[in-house]
Unconditional design. Structure first.
Lengths: 413, 413
């Protein structure tokens, strides 16, 4: 017998006790009747998404949650970002995340986001695409994505993702020369191409009419493209082959969409789901329920918990968690009594006191027919540590879900 | 100081809450005063015999329980099956599990067990052994084991276990051609030999007097040998060297006997222990107690729990578990007050609702002098998840046992 499953991933939901809120975490402070109920009736535990104490990036975290050991499969962020932006990568291509930025004539960075330029960036793309790179057998693609962001993809044989960023990641510092991070001609060629692209982007942008107009208006010009996070496509067995399931993902964030696409999930677009604090939770729940009809496994990713965490906003995070609980409630009301499994977890901990990812384990629950009742009452970081599923690693949860859904493969006879 | 130990392995004993039995598992429904007592006084936890969510086969599960990581040491089922049937394998030999089966002239399988032929199969073995294989430097052995089953061993240099089965595993399908599953001449030679053997088995069996007689009686002829589960001997350090213990095993099932033998245990025969639901539990307990005099470690395997599980028979499984508890009681009464350690666990979960192995963790207990009292009261899947030993992996339990028995080797100085 085969069953269906939904995995809800609440980005950065894990947290720490907050001294200003009676020592509660946002998840403890929130009213979450539905997650509490699933946790109480199902199995509950805590998970090191990578390994104890290691803070996961969102890309690495999702790879791990989908069952791929990131130490074996992670090949940089750029590839996921490019695929998430809708580009098609070939094996060997190297992709970078880019920013439209403002630099002085001596290449000192004044604004890494060029005054948070938005639509105007798109108007400068044709000029950027005029750039010719003088590296044999190498071509490139450049795309503007959202706001001040873009993606650069280098196509060609003998490239390497082992090159350093041109983005200094800090205002007041000079643009960096990309350097090869490993021996061999591949990394040298890649760094050379990136340096040429960076320098030439300044040449074509500095006097671009859009920028001349921005300067007239007192806005910082978007006069250079800074690149970071070189990445390639990882070589992995996609989820439909790995587990024998048809899988889909509901996610608004380009990076997460990229990981989902690369591992072989179909992306479901929910126009009102923004990836921000204003996302449409009930539209996401409805889309997940519809997806169940056609798919065995559906991933439902919510970014807003992480946004509130990076803002250090306890009350907003509590509010977002309550919205997520409503969303889980909509799912619960529609699947109870059927044979659908629901897992809820986070991709990492982002304490509002730290405002960045940390390496604390995250809570998880797994609910459905035949799961042993934990009886923990509530779903939070504290009960998870005394739950009935103990402490697991990131790739274990999807294997446990596949086991209950009837898709796991026996090892041996 | 060195102490003695018994590990009781209840095949497939782990289960899930059963909706038809008040949400209890068979282990929860059974009266198990002795296992409860050992669990309460000893340490209790839950174990992923391979890793979370991965359903173990019996061979892989036992390798893991004996301390060998199956991802490193598992080399297919055939080798264990052959050794379990009493054959001697050399390194490099490739062994297969075989069935006497019935096929039509176009090699469509009519009955994978040839009407569950038993003693008559033995009478056809001399004819089978007349088969000549035309593959250079290669010889073979064929043995009938029990019922419709047999074992084929290919001897010779340059063989490979990476070949596919000839058994289609399904009635109404054609006998398969074995194909190499890896590059190179070794797999090609092995597949070629297996294909010759299969075809020639049909030639020597189709008009065999035993079969002509069976046809006259309206029984399906046993006119072909189907093979599956190619395996070699794993290269491993046997238990006497690995742990410094003299070890014995009481097990009726050929596959489990094979694993025990391959890892260097002495097999103890208990004629009234059948491997079935009618096995003689008290004779097994008595044999284990006798074995303690000559051995440091004794493995006591009971198959009946798995038989009841595959039959989907909750009441029978409950009954078998109570018989096992009596058996544990006999051991307990004889060893209490001495320095004998007792561990009880399962090799995998086989829920009666699923009727097949699943990847759920199994409960375990470890009792003896110096173990920290868990105070869980009862021994079951639920208490194990909240026990005082947490969640461990298959190879960990025997190491914990060796530690208490005083046989573990210090790592470092």
């Amino acid at each position: 017998m085969k069953f269906k499953g939904i995995m809800v991933i609440c980005d950065g939901m894990g947290d720490r006790p907050h001294p200003g809120h009676g020592g509660k975490t946002p998840l403890e402070a929130a009213e979450t009747p539905f997650m509490d109920r699933l946790a109480d009736q199902g199995i509950v535990g805590f998970m090191d998404v990578i390994s104890p104490g290691i803070p996961p990036g969102s890309d690495v975290a999702h790879l791990s949650l989908f069952g791929y050991d990131p130490y074996e499969y992670y090949t940089g962020r750029g590839g996921f970002e490019a695929v998430g932006a809708g580009l098609t990568l070939s094996p060997g291509d190297v992709a970078f995340r880019c920013n439209f930025a403002s630099v002085k004539e001596d290449f000192t960075v004044m604004d890494r986001r060029a005054g948070r330029i938005r639509e105007e960036a798109e108007k400068m793309v044709p000029a950027i695409r005029e750039i010719k790179l003088d590296v044999e057998g190498l071509t490139y693609e450049f795309h503007h994505t959202v706001e001040h962001r873009g993606v650069l993809v280098l196509h060609g044989d003998n490239l390497s993702r082992q090159v350093s960023d041109t983005d200094p990641h800090k205002v007041g510092e000079r643009v960096l020369r990309s350097a090869p991070l490993e021996e061999g001609v591949a990394a040298e060629r890649t760094a050379e191409a990136l340096n040429q692209f960076t320098l030439k982007s300044y040449e074509v942008l500095r006097n671009h009419p859009v920028n001349l107009n921005r300067i007239k208006q007192g806005k910082p010009p978007a006069n250079i493209i800074l690149s970071r996070g070189a990445g390639t496509l990882p070589k992995l067995q996609p989820i439909p082959q790995k587990y024998g399931v048809k899988a889909s993902a509901i996610a608004a964030v380009a990076l997460v969409r990229g990981v989902c696409k690369v591992v072989g999930m179909d992306l479901i677009d929910v126009p009102s789901a923004t990836g921000g604090l204003d996302t449409d939770y009930s539209a996401k729940a409805e889309a997940a329920l519809r997806s169940l009809k056609e798919n065995d496994l559906t991933i439902l990713h919510v970014k807003a918990t992480d946004v509130a965490s990076h803002d250090g906003d306890f009350e907003m995070k509590r509010h977002v968690i309550e919205k997520i609980d409503d969303m889980v409630g909509t799912i619960f009301r529609n699947v109870k009594g059927s044979d659908v499994y629901v897992a809820v977890t986070a991709d990492h901990t982002t304490p509002v006191t730290v405002r960045d990812h940390t390496g604390d384990p995250v809570p998880f629950l797994l609910w459905g027919p035949g799961t042993l009742r934990s009886g923990v009452g509530r779903f939070c970081e504290r009960t998870a540590r005394n739950g009935n599923a103990g402490r697991i690693r990131g790739p274990d949860l999807i294997h446990e879900l596949m086991n209950y859904m009837g898709f796991s493969q026996k090892f041996g006879f």
